[in-house]
Design a protein around this ligand. Structure first.
Ligand code: CA
Length: 221
């Protein structure tokens, strides 16, 4: 899953990005409102699944970015990052359309579970275990089961299945999938992606992931 982190504090930003990477999320880290605004304008193409948004930025308010995003009708999940004493900004964030908030400094496990929760809500999945195409995908344990048997997957293979499951029944373009698997913004090579998909078909069944020639992949369609 690929995230946008907007945070001007260099120590905190680096710490959050490290925590994300350690939990299997890739991210782009931007430090000012102007860059974040430009990036959000193409959030769909950039395959952003969730935004972590600091409110006080050197060239503007995070809240303004959030308001603009919602005014455009975007339901992109946004988690506001707020200081412990800034209760008013937390409430303002939720009023402006934030999906959740976290108090700084953030705790990695808490961060990961909040991200999973808000992205699940948007994907229409209410439980931690998704049932898609005959697979039971446990996003908390990062595990896939078929008829009760755990299938041994590499972390990258799990990320591919989870990302396809978030878009179940719809075609996920290859470039978006490759981007969402990038460790730090550098997309996975298509060749490598194809090898992973090949291995996944061997483990999960040949028909589980369908190739839509020239476009991408679809899980269970
Ligand atoms: Ca700040």
């Amino acid at each position: 899953m690929h995230l946008l982190l907007v945070e001007d504090d260099l120590d905190l930003g680096a710490e959050i990005q490290r925590a994300l990477q350690g939990r299997g999320f890739s991210s782009v880290w931007l430090r000012c409102a102007r860059d974040a605004r430009a990036h959000l304008a193409q959030a769909e193409d950039a395959a952003i699944a969730c935004v972590l948004l600091d409110l006080g930025l050197p060239d503007g308010e995070g809240l303004d970015l959030l308001t603009e995003l919602r005014a455009r009708g975007s339901d992109l999940p946004v988690i506001v990052l707020t200081a412990r004493d800034a209760l008013h900004s937390r409430e303002a964030g939720l009023d402006a359309g934030a999906d959740d908030y976290l108090i700084k400094p953030v705790e990695p496990a808490e961060l990961a579970s909040r991200i999973r929760a808000v992205t699940r809500r948007v994907g229409g999945h209410s439980s931690q275990v998704w049932s898609v195409a005959g697979l039971q995908i446990d996003t908390g344990r990062r595990e896939v089961q078929i008829d009760g048997d755990v299938i041994g997957l590499s972390p990258k293979e799990f990320m591919i299945v989870a990302e396809l499951a978030r878009h179940a029944g719809r075609v996920l373009p290859k470039h978006r999938l490759a981007r969402s698997l990038a460790p730090l913004g550098e997309p996975l090579e298509f060749n490598a992606l194809e090898v992973h998909v090949h291995n996944l078909r061997r483990k999960l069944g040949a028909d589980t992931i369908r190739t839509v020639r020239g476009v991408g992949y679809v899980l269970g369609g």
